[in-house]
Design a protein around this ligand. Structure first.
Ligand code: SF4
Ligand code: SF4
Ligand code: SF4
Length: 611
């Protein structure tokens, strides 16, 4: 596909990162891992912290805006045909990736750094639970053995973070003092609240994400210098304390680069593994006891999945109506197993089953090392996603879109926003475009159609309408046997009017002629401006005699209007050619051509006459 929006030499950050990574992959592929954790060498700087980037590849993007509709936080900027992700506003939910029908959203973690750390052989790999599903049918044990072999001496499964935060949630649940509490284990929810619903910040549970808690746990256990690589689908690394974050696709690349075949690994652990069992937690970090004791319909426990828009309702209920809505378990999806990067949603059941089949039995005792102390509490600062435009600007966008017959906004959600006001706010921030709104497009198309049907100066029909009318009349005449008349009128010395009196006066003459034509025809007839000072009238159900009478009436009225306007005698006159379409006669000529030829004769005879 040709590059429509950038110069041929432009390269996206993802492409640069990919090219750097492939160089590193080429250079490091055969290096041997050391196989054990070692402190960094003296004087060696720790690598920078890392994050996953999402970018729209302009070479693949066709600007269809499907991703803009899917983005829950207005993080995609639209400027004409150019569509790009605003890094600072993106919460890395991944929703735009499967939404793009053109595979134009690139997701790139720091594979190069992860590979460097694997080669050094002293980093901990934090493998998300979903990895077991991603690499199926390879077994979880084979996957962990492959990661050992690739150079990670310690591989965690990501359950310890769940255990840490679950204990804290259980403590909060048992504490009866709160009235509203929003689960905060999902970075996407937290970031959405920070950017779009800062008024709900006081209601977020003051608990870290399981990933952040586990990173703290590993740091407390192995020391501040421990290097940690995370591989998973949760692309927002929360408090940004990881050395490298990679996607599961990139983990597969890393293993290939290290020439490690997962399928060739032993089905028994080749090292004593880290703890893989849960004691108190469910996947995602809620305590099992809380979930099993509290019925789903409980007023104290509200489960909301796949609908971050409900934050709007919660915000109104809590901050405007002062309601206490209990514990709100809200997630953008059905949990990480439903993450857009793991594949289609209809595989969710299969994924759950696969994970459940590979889940080790629960531990009857605590699985966290009691010697390791981690504080899982955290606070939240607001992080605005641009200023909210003021109400008058939002109202003017809604006015431009148009409203329903009762005067209220359509709020049809076809643009991807729940309300017209939401769309207007995003549009004013450059995060949406009018072409996302079907009612606006329809309104514009209708207006354009109307504009094309009516001549701007005279208000008469345009040539397009005239053409359609003639076709329609010919067909109707053929069916009914009724004739119809056509008048072709042309002002005789219109150039003289313009030259002697100016264009303004010329326009006034045209307007007067239009009035004459309107007065002369019935509502079922059509009077059109053919172009310049030429006009055509179609008189339905009218024979040649009737058409001649109307033409003469028009001629006289135009002459009179010129005199009434103060023009000299003979300056404003019109010649009219008349033709009648007779359905019984053999038609070998276009009726408009016949009228035009008659007009020619009228002019040739001196003008101001009917022929
Ligand atoms: S990852 Fe999510 S927040 Fe970021 S641009 Fe895509 S849809 Fe929007
Ligand atoms: S979905 Fe977004 S990234 Fe994909 S082609 Fe359409 S506008 Fe471009
Ligand atoms: S009318 Fe347009 S802006 Fe309003 S909700 Fe529907 S699609 Fe969105």
């Amino acid at each position: 596909m040709s590059n429509r929006y950038t110069k041929a030499t432009d390269v996206t950050t993802s492409e640069l990162r990919k090219s750097t990574q492939s160089n590193i992959l080429a250079g490091l592929t055969n290096a041997e891992p050391s196989g054990m954790i070692a402190p960094p060498s003296a004087g060696e700087a720790a690598p920078e912290r890392s994050d996953v980037r999402l970018e729209i590849n302009p070479h693949h993007c066709v600007s269809c805006l499907a991703c803009v509709r899917a983005c829950p936080v207005e993080a995609i900027e639209v400027e004409g045909p150019r569509v790009q992700i605003v890094e600072d506003a993106c919460i890395r939910c991944g929703a735009c990736v499967p939404a793009c029908p053109h595979d134009a959203v690139d997701v790139a973690g720091d594979l190069g750094r992860a590979l460097e750390l694997a080669v050094r052989g002293d980093a901990v790999l934090l493998l998300s639970v979903e990895a077991e599903v991603y690499f199926h049918p390879r077994t979880p044990v084979q996957l962990v053995n492959a990661c050992y072999r690739a150079g990670f001496p310690i591989v965690h499964r990501g359950v310890l973070g769940d255990e840490l935060v679950a204990a804290e949630y259980q403590r909060l649940w048992d504490d009866q003092v709160w009235g509203t509490m929003i689960r905060s284990t999902c970075p996407v929810v937290v970031e959405t609240v920070r950017r779009s619903y800062p008024e709900l910040l006081p209601y977020l549970a003051l608990v870290k994400t399981p990933l952040a808690a586990e990173v703290d746990y590993l740091t407390a256990k192995h020391g501040d210098d421990v290097r940690i690589v995370y591989a998973g689908v949760c692309l927002d690394n929360g408090d940004n304390t990881l050395d490298a974050v990679i996607t599961l696709d990139e983990l597969a690349q890393l293993l290939r680069a290290r020439e490690v075949d997962i399928g060739a690994q032993s089905v028994h652990f080749t090292r004593i593994p880290e703890e893989r069992r849960r004691h108190v937690s469910m996947a995602g970090g809620l305590p099992l006891a809380m979930l099993t004791r509290e019925p789903q319909a409980s007023r104290r426990f509200r489960k909301i999945r796949r609908d971050l828009g409900q934050l709007d309702t919660i915000s109104k209920a809590v901050t405007q109506e002062g309601m206490e809505v209990g514990f709100v378990d809200i997630l953008p999806c059905e949990g990480c197993l439903d993450h857009p990067l793991l594949g289609p949603r209809d595989e969710l059941f299969w994924r759950r089953k696969t994970l459940a089949d590979g889940e080790p039995p629960r531990s009857p005792v605590a699985v966290l090392d009691p010697a390791v102390t981690v504080d899982v509490a955290r606070g939240f600062d607001p992080h605005t996603n641009g200023d909210k435009p003021d109400d008058s600007r939002i109202a003017s966008v809604i006015e431009r879109i148009g409203t329903a017959p009762d005067g209220k906004p359509w709020d049809c959600a076809a643009c991807g926003f729940r309300t017209c006001a939401g769309f207007a706010g995003a549009l004013l921030k450059g995060r949406a475009a009018y072409r996302q709104c079907p009612p606006y497009q329809e309104r514009r198309a209708k207006k354009a159609q109307e504009e094309a049907a009516v001549d701007e100066l005279t208000g008469l029909a345009t040539y397009r309408v005239l053409r359609d009318t003639l076709q329609h009349e010919i067909a109707r005449s053929g069916r009914t046997g009724e004739p119809f008349g056509v008048l072709f009128a042309d002002l005789d010395r219109f150039k003289d009017v313009n030259d002697r009196c100016g264009h303004e006066a010329g326009n006034r003459v045209l307007l007067a002629v239009a009035d004459v034509l309107r007065d002369a025809v019935r509502s079922s007839d059509v009077a059109a401006r053919y172009g310049g000072d030429e006009f055509v009238v179609v008189l339905n159900g009218t024979n040649a005699d009737g058409a001649l009478r109307v033409a003469e009436e028009i001629r006289r009225a135009v002459e009179r209007s010129g005199l009434d306007a103060g023009h000299p005698v003979g300056l404003v006159t019109v010649s009219v050619g008349v033709a009648a379409f007779d359905p019984q006669a053999v038609a070998d000529e276009d009726v408009l051509d016949v009228a035009d030829r008659a007009l020619y004769h009228a002019k040739a005879e001196g003008g101001n006459r009917v022929a």
